[in-house]
Write a protein that binds this ligand. Structure first.
Ligand code: ZN
Length: 246
């Protein structure tokens, strides 16, 4: 194969690898935003569970206050009952006592409901807190993996840049110019394999004479349609690799 064609193929591999690494780096802020959103959802879950529990506690305090008030009235009525002088007064105070007792009973029933609810809400809060802890752990691990990958990507970009400088330095200037022009026009892909008489990237059939030249891998030949620099990979004979050397 012509050395320049070999360099062009290697250069394309480096350019593509660098693009892939740069794309991964560019995705990091979005990835971080998604991680932060996961944490925020879990934090909101805990905050909402705490709020519901606090509401329950407030409601219980209000019921306790009401019960205390009705109990105060009840003892007052009982004292008054000792001092009544007429039947009418007696019946009236008994009615008040019964009413206060009814209120106390009703409040105690409501209190019991609220206490049962508090058990559920406490369990829900615990669940939300353990969900948050799990999310924090998962996000932490994800961030660590992202940081490690960041290091690998940076190192690979630097390594590629060094290798690229070496190849570019050795490459024929005209060929390099062609590579760069096509690369710019074709989304960073300036090289294409020709296979079965077809450019494998734009899928246009090459003229037989062009394909024959490409097959020899001795010249820089561009696809008539997409302008990419073409190369040919010789097919390995079906049995060549299966036969043990003897
Ligand atoms: Zn093409």
């Amino acid at each position: 194969m012509s050395p320049d064609l070999e360099r062009i193929i290697a250069l394309q591999k480096l350019v593509s690898a660098a693009h892939a690494a740069e794309r991964r780096l560019a995705e990091e802020p979005e990835h971080e935003t998604a991680l932060e959103a996961r944490l925020e959802t879990a934090r909101q879950g805990v905050a909402a569970a705490k709020e519901r529990l606090a509401e329950n506690q407030n409601a219980r305090r209000a019921i306790e206050k009401d019960v205390a008030m009705h109990q105060g009235r009840l003892s007052k009525y009982r004292e008054q009952a000792m001092a009544v002088k007429t039947n009418v007064e007696y019946h009236a105070i008994q009615k008040e006592i019964a009413h206060a007792q009814g209120e106390i009973k009703a409040h105690e029933d409501r209190m019991l409901e609220r206490m049962l609810e508090a058990d559920d809400l406490t369990a829900a809060l615990k669940k939300a807190e353990s969900d948050l802890a799990a999310e924090q752990k998962a996000v932490e691990a994800d961030r660590k993996a992202m940081q490690a990958e960041h290091g690998v990507m940076q190192a690979s970009i630097e390594r590629i840049s060094g290798e690229r400088t070496a190849i570019v330095g050795a490459l024929n200037k005209q060929v390099l110019l062609t590579f760069e022009q096509v690369s710019k026009k074709r989304n960073g892909i300036a090289v294409a394999e020709a296979k079965d008489g077809i450019c494998t990237i734009c899928h246009v059939r090459l003229r037989p004479q062009v394909f024959n030249t490409v097959r020899r891998n001795e010249e820089i030949v561009q696809c008539d349609s997409c302008n990419r620099i073409l190369y040919f990979v010789a097919a390995v004979a079906p049995n060549a690799s299966a036969q043990p050397a003897s």
